[in-house]
Design a binder for this molecule. Structure first.
Ligand code: NAP
Length: 248
């Protein structure tokens, strides 16, 4: 029987690339998205073309009812989850902290921190061996920003990813004895639409050329690391923050 994974924010970018790779390895994939139904459908099609099964699930990671429904829907459609990729995340326009309004800060931490914690909690409830689950693996998608700080761009985003790193360290210790490995990837400058959503569509290309490898990364290069961490090939890897940043 195929393994089942739920990926938040899988309609585009790193989430979609991860869904595609997991589909090619025979995983059944829950494809969560926030609003872009057409993009989520395309991800489902890509997973199916790659040989896997998939279902698209609309849901806001920052809303508890929505999160519970999202996990219920994937388990009803595909079976109990064996893996969870905590990927959904946002940036916002570049500016110093002094210029940020409260609504922006609240949204950033609602989605990137509260949402990530809510989703990890739900995954823990369903996979923990002490709650009748069969164990599994969680991969959190953090960012190199958590160690760089993102001055004058988005220190709020960087801090939100610092929380994801710390959650990863704590949960690895809390859930390891309960059959769940918890790790994170920390992507660097990756070519996705997230940069346009922050008002800088050329950001990855522009800054990527200044990194040790002289280019931005591709979503597939992050997906490869996520898929490995999720898999049994990483069976003794727990609590790791894996930089996928070309040495940045
Ligand atoms: P992206 O291309 O902008 O895609 C974002 C995805 O998240 C979309 O599927 C979007 O759904 C979904 N999403 C946004 N808000 C959501 C919410 N409240 N609830 C559920 N889903 C939501 O982003 P990406 O570049 O692939 O980024 C994925 C992750 O990698 C994020 O956590 C990001 O912080 C991290 N990361 C990215 C980079 C980079 O350079 N790209 C670097 C470091 C870390 P819709 O399509 O419905 O809008």
């Amino acid at each position: 029987m195929s393994k089942v994974v739920l990926i938040t924010g899988a309609s585009r970018g790193i989430g979609r690339a991860t869904a595609r790779l997991l589909g090619a390895q025979g995983w059944a994939v829950g494809v969560n998205y926030a609003t872009n139904q057409a993009a989520a459908r395309e991800t489902v099609d890509e997973v199916e073309r790659a040989g896997g099964r998939a279902v698209a699930i609309k849901g806001n990671v920052a809303d508890e009812k929505s999160v519970i429904k999202m996990f219920d829907t994937v388990e009803n459609a595909l079976g109990k989850i064996d893996g969870f990729v905590n990927n959904a995340g946002i940036v916002a326009a570049s500016m110093p902290l002094a210029e940020m309004d409260a609504a922006r800060l609240k949204r950033m931490f609602d989605i990137n921190v509260y949402g990530a914690y809510l989703c990890a909690r739900e995954a823990a409830r369903r996979m923990s061996t002490d709650r009748g689950g069969a164990g599994g693996s969680i991969v959190n998608v953090s960012s190199a920003a958590s160690r760089l700080g993102s001055p004058n761009e988005y220190v709020d985003y960087a801090g939100s990813k610092g929380a994801v790193d710390t959650m990863t360290i704590g949960l690895a210790k809390e859930l390891g004895p309960r059959g769940i490995r918890v790790n994170a990837v920390r992507p660097g400058l990756i070519e996705t639409e997230i940069h346009a959503s922050g008002g800088q569509p050329d950001r990855a290309a522009r800054l990527g050329s200044q990194t040790p490898l002289g280019r931005p990364g591709h979503a597939k290069e992050v997906a490869e690391a996520i898929v490995w961490l999720l898999s049994d090939a990483a069976s003794y890897v727990n609590g790791t923050l894996l930089d996928v940043s070309g040495g940045r």
